[in-house]
Design a protein around this ligand. Structure first.
Ligand code: AMP
Ligand code: MG
Length: 347
């Protein structure tokens, strides 16, 4: 059975708390500033997914983020700053990173630098690196300017659940547990930022996203892709965990297995269930007449729709049947990574 949202309404200190969803106007930004200064957690819109933000220099506030999410204690957080923040206060900046910042920031690229140790050690889980992101979302920027301090923020979902791309998705996971969600409408990017290790002489992708390996290589001449080695401590601990999982039963079919997916759909219906298919637009057309969640045609469209459709699927379906999209490469590296992992497949 699907159980899409939690019903417990308890604050992080055990008290019921009212969660306000507010547009980022002057009043909301002032309130957000007061909350962050008091060590509270504020969710906010970004162009990728919604973030769950806390003062990166405040140990207790950072620990609260881990506790709220149920996030493993060895999975570091990304620190967010506004475009005019002087990041040399926080990190060492290898020469080539300047080109990347000029080319891609503000935007959906997180860069991992050697840390100067100026934020809470809980942010990077004891690593000597710090990941920084400068979001392009006007709501995120207004929030970061209002608080004018580095904000540690993972995606605003419970650990392992699908990332949130609307304020309502955040409320579905955290209503009653956080005081404020700064609403900026839908997150248009749709998948989390690219995470790029910039601690070596050549940058290396730790997590694929909308800023692709090809784009980075074109800007600085070369870009590697990190592959975890079995038995070795992963460079990006978060990538080792199961992720993005819808809370209903799921099934997965590879490209070329559409007939099997159709039979699976039929047998779920035969048992009185409500199956939905999740697939790209070409497959959706071949499944005409069935209940389909259509990811669309282009990689960017699929990125923008994926999490919203996973959440819709878990709300409506007794069985969510995934059919692997056809496209590969570029932005699809990021889309495929999230898609496969949502259905328990490695990429
Ligand atoms: P999330 O906050 O859910 O978007 O996940 C953040 C991702 O960035 C995870 O995969 C982390 O492992 C990765 N990350 C954050 N900080 C670092 C860091 N200092 N070094 C390596 N990976 C990092
Ligand atoms: Mg996340």
């Amino acid at each position: 059975m699907c159980s899409p949202t939690r019903t417990t309404i308890r604050g992080s200190r055990g008290n019921a708390m009212k969660t306000q969803i507010m547009p980022a106007d002057e009043r909301a930004l002032r309130y957000a500033g007061e909350l962050i200064a008091a060590g509270e957690v504020v969710a906010f819109h970004t162009e990728t997914v919604y973030g769950l933000g806390a003062d990166a220099a405040n140990d207790e506030a950072v620990k609260k983020v881990f506790a709220l999410k149920g996030r493993p204690a060895d999975n570091p957080l990304i620190v967010h700053v506004h475009p005019d923040y002087d990041i040399s206060q926080l990190v060492e900046t290898p020469a080539y990173t300047q080109i990347l910042r000029e080319r891609f920031l503000p935007g959906p690229l997180t860069m991992v630098y050697p840390s100067k140790g100026r934020v809470s050690p809980y942010v990077s889980c004891g690593l000597d690196t710090l990941s920084l992101r400068v979001p392009s979302s006007p709501v995120a920027q207004a929030f970061l300017r209002a608080v004018d301090r580095p904000i540690a923020a993972p995606s605003a979902n419970r650990s392992k659940h699908v990332s949130p791309v609307t304020a309502q998705h955040v409320a579905d996971d955290f209503s009653g547990e956080i005081p404020l969600i700064l609403d900026g409408g839908a997150s248009r990017g749709g998948i989390e930022s690219t995470v790029l290790d910039c601690t070596g002489s050549v940058p290396q992708i730790l997590r694929a996203g909308l800023v692709t390996r090809e784009m980075i290589a074109a800007a600085v001449g070369d870009c590697g892709v990190y592959r975890a080695v079995r038995g070795e401590k992963p460079k990006s601990p978060g990538m080792a965990y199961k992720h993005y999982a819808p809370s209903c039963r799921t099934a997965f079919f590879a490209r070329g297995e559409e007939d099997a997916a159709r039979r699976c759909y039929g047998s779920e219906e035969g048992r009185g269930g409500t199956p939905y298919l999740l697939c790209d637009h070409a497959a959706a057309q071949r499944f005409a007449g069935l209940r389909v969640l259509d990811l669309g045609d282009s990689p960017e469209e699929m990125a923008a729709k994926l999490y919203a459709l996973l959440r819709e699927g878990e709300r409506r379906a007794t069985l969510l049947i995934a059919v692997e999209p056809h496209l590969t490469g570029g932005v699809m590296d990021g889309v495929r990574n999230r898609f496969m992992r949502a259905f328990g497949r490695e990429t």
